[in-house]
Design a protein around this ligand. Structure first.
Ligand code: NAD
Length: 398
């Protein structure tokens, strides 16, 4: 058995094959996340144990699980080697939550497999850097949203919990109560909550607000969202262009006429709402602007608008990423990395998503990497391979 060029360049090959001696088990590295405000980890104690079961050697950087309430000891007990230095970056497979920092980019090695939320639409130049480094990079956000992909779908697992956290945070910023309260001193009316965008995050936000006793309405532009909203006991408001869903199941941008019609509805509805959570996104583009400054000024004092799209440009005019600003008595919360704020919970799901994906890449018999680009989930996420950008959405035009 001959080493591949990738194996040689990484120095993973120990010079002997099955007939001549041992082949080193492949290492899977989990470095500590270094970006600001990122507390999640790319593995949990449970997934480390399962990687061992797959025949891999997990190497976890000391402190990698700190923000997610997983101690080094818990990782070690699950079978990981804990490295105080950068050994996790020397592994054949490196698991990340967020895209590498510039320092981390410099650590990438030829033939290495990098898996994470690499944010390629907003970090196009990094895609070229992976190719230049000879890295086989997979971006988990690009996973096709098929039934088979569900167990690996990081956007869904993280958005789901983020939708919950958005409502919890909006409620905390709201100076009143969510449910109706009937007391001897009188009745407190329930909060009116409006969810804009009833996708994965929005549906969880609807369910959470309903559980807390609020009166919930929601809007979206995809026809399927109406029934999903109503099945959760919320009222659907607004208009839905019949062709607003793309083949991939996402929303398309609205035409200026459609935008004007939506704005009319939103402007009227907002005047009576106490809490608004906006989640609207168009993949690969700036988030649609749905609430204008003028609409905010028309809202009741004490109302809260939490903008979950603040990181991708914002659904709400005037919202500031990572800050709460008050405009005419209305609090605008520019949500920043909500999944990280509940890292112990989101890490469990994210780690599982990656485990399920890595399982696709490992040949169960030989325990070696087998990247089958005929598999739509692998092809759909594979950004770079063999020194080139190979993903259809990012490769240079022919
Ligand atoms: P997303 O994050 O891209 O967008 C969030 C929501 O905003 C979407 O519901 C979208 O329709 C809505 N939106 C966009 N522009 C809007 C506008 N101008 N006004 C109001 N709402 C607007 O979407 P997502 O949450 O990732 O979900 C996208 C789709 O994928 C949904 O249909 C979801 O059910 C589907 N999905 C399928 C699977 C699966 O089958 N495996 C898994 C996850 C999601």
């Amino acid at each position: 058995m001959q080493p591949t060029s990738d194996e040689r360049s990484l120095g993973f090959w120990n010079g002997s094959g099955p007939s001549g001696g041992d082949v080193l088990a492949m290492k899977i590295g989990i470095p500590k996340e270094r970006r600001d405000d990122e507390r999640r980890a790319a593995a949990s104690a449970d997934t480390v144990k399962r990687y061992k079961g797959l025949g891999l050697e997990p190497v976890v950087e000391a402190g990698a699980g700190e923000g997610a309430a997983v101690s080094d000891q818990a990782f070690a007990d699950a079978g990981a080697a804990i490295s105080p230095d950068g050994a996790a970056w020397d592994a054949e497979i490196v698991l990340k939550v967020q895209r590498p920092t510039d320092e981390e980019l410099a650590r990438l090695k030829q033939g290495q497999v990098l898996i994470g939320m690499l944010d390629p639409y907003n970090s196009r130049e990094q895609v070229d850097a992976y190719a230049k480094a000879g890295v086989t990079a997979f971006s988990m956000e690009l996973l096709p949203r098929t039934t088979r992909a569900q167990a690996m779908d990081v956007l869904s697992s993280q958005a789901n919990l983020a939708g919950y956290k958005a409502v919890v945070d909006a409620m905390a910023a709201y100076g009143r109560v969510m449910p109706m309260m009937m007391t001897a001193a009188g009745t407190v009316t329930p909060a009116k909550v409006f969810i804009v965008g009833a996708g994965v995050a929005g549906l969880q936000a609807i369910a959470t607000a309903r559980r807390m006793g609020a009166v919930v309405t929601a809007t979206d532009v995809r026809p399927a969202a109406r029934e999903e909203t109503e099945s959760l006991g919320a009222k659907f408001v607004g208009f839905v262009p019949s062709d607003a869903a793309t083949k991939g199941g996402y929303a398309r941008p609205l035409t200026p006429e459609e935008q004007a019609e939506q704005a009319k509805m939103v402007a009227e509805h907002l005047k009576t709402q106490d809490i608004v959570v906006t989640t609207a996104q168009i993949p690969g583009r700036k988030a649609p602007r749905i609430i204008t400054a003028e609409m905010v000024r028309s809202m009741k004092p004490g109302a809260v608008v939490l903008d979950m799209a603040a990181e991708s440009g914002g659904n709400v005019e005037g919202s500031v990423l990572g800050e709460t600003v008050t405009v005419g008595g209305v609090k605008l919360v520019g949500a920043k990395n909500l999944p990280s704020l509940i890292a112990p919970a989101t890490t469990v799901l994210y780690a599982r998503n990656l485990l399920n994906f890595v399982t696709l890449l490992i040949d169960p018999k030989s325990k070696e990497l087998k990247i089958d680009t005929g598999d739509e989930l692998i092809k759909g996420t594979l950004l770079t391979q063999g020194g080139a950008v190979v993903h259809d959405a990012f490769k240079p035009a022919a």
